[in-house]
Design a binder for this molecule. Structure first.
Ligand SMILES: Cc1cc2nc3c(=O)[nH]c(=O)nc-3n(C[C@H](O)[C@H](O)[C@H](O)COP(=O)(O)OP(=O)(O)OC[C@H]3O[C@@H](n4cnc5c(N)ncnc54)[C@H](O)[C@@H]3O)c2cc1C
Ligand code: FES
Length: 272
């Protein structure tokens, strides 16, 4: 898999560079994936600042990447994202980054991995899950508990349809009817009943709204994991993304450069 060494001139540059949109996939009316052409490798879990001239910029996670492309799963919520949703394939966007620390893939290799993610929080871990689905020999096991509000909010339906036989993929919905594919309830309900494989070596990743992270981490600690075995991904209001403006500062931590992926042993000092 390609990793961003991000030692290139692009990482710390504050100058946005133009990138072409290769394809747009409409997962839901409010969540589209923009595949953009890039000529540098990206690391899963890092983020880029996406901008349009005269409109503004927004930090967006690298949700997947490969040779010459990067996927950005964007939820339409405001000024910049509204403008991005008017674009079509072949149009240009401007990017600066990649920024921050992504997921430490080597820390997960050959260990049991548990991923708990909710809503658009699934996006930052999608590429990581795809990688281990495609390279099952590099992981001891993988449990994925992904929660959505209802069926219409589910992301990556088609791609993940082929995943469930290879790893333990559990999809939960807050509302709707249960089926073979979906269970009703919160991700923590499914986590509560999950028998953890080798909790002493397991690594867990938790991504989603702050309240979901809080209760999921609490349950993982109760199930015997240590803070060092848990990884969290925090979104905070950002501006410069390079550790200069202080917008994302929490105590001594700058989420843009020290995160957004943190080991919980570090994050517990500033977590909500
Ligand atoms: C590290 C990181 C990674 C991220 N990754 C992703 C990702 O992968 N995908 C994704 O979709 N998002 C991601 N986000 C979130 C994204 O950056 C924000 O949603 C961003 O604000 C969108 O920009 P916008 O200009 O479209 O929205 P904004 O115009 O900034 O609006 C954002 C929210 O603020 C509200 N708002 C705006 N103005 C006001 C006001 N005056 N008063 C009250 N409320 C207001 C809006 O209603 C909306 O809910 C990430 C954020 C961070 C920090
Ligand atoms: S966003 Fe400016 S210091 Fe982090």
């Amino acid at each position: 898999m390609s990793h961003c060494s991000c030692q290139s001139h692009k990482q710390h540059s504050l100058l946005p560079a133009v990138h072409r949109i290769l394809s747009i996939t409409r997962h839901t009316p409010l969540e589209w994936n923009f595949r953009v052409a890039v000529d540098y490798p990206a690391q899963l879990g890092q983020f880029v600042e996406v901008s349009l001239p005269g409109v503004g910029e927004a930090p967006i996670s690298v949700s997947d990447c490969g040779e010459g492309w990067m996927d950005l799963l964007i939820r339409k919520v405001g000024q910049v994202t509204n403008a991005l949703f008017t674009l079509k394939e072949g149009d240009n966007v401007w990017l600066r980054g990649c920024y921050g620390h992504g997921y430490p893939l080597d820390a997960f290799k050959h260990k049991p991995l548990l991923i708990v993610a909710g809503g658009t929080g699934v996006a930052p871990v999608k590429g990581l899950m795809r990688y281990f689905v495609e390279h099952p020999d590099e992981i001891a096991s993988m449990d994925m508990i992904l929660g959505y509000k209802n069926r219409d909010c589910v992301l990556y339906k088609e791609e993940m349809a082929g995943w469930s036989g290879k790893h333990n993929l559990i999809l939960t919905l807050d509302e709707g009817e249960a089926s073979d594919a979906y269970q009703i309830g919160r991700v923590t309900d499914r986590l509560q009943e999950l028998v953890l494989r080798s909790p002493e070596t397991m690594q867990a990743i938790v991504v989603g709204p702050p309240v979901m992270i809080k209760f999921t981490v609490q349950m993982l600690l109760e199930k015997g994991l240590t803070a060092e075995q848990i990884w969290v991904d925090y979104e905070r209001r950002m501006a410069c993304s390079v550790g200069k403006c202080g917008h994302c500062r929490m105590g001594d931590i700058y989420v843009c450069v020290d995160g957004p992926v943190f080991n919980y042993a570090t994050a517990q000092a500033f977590a909500d």
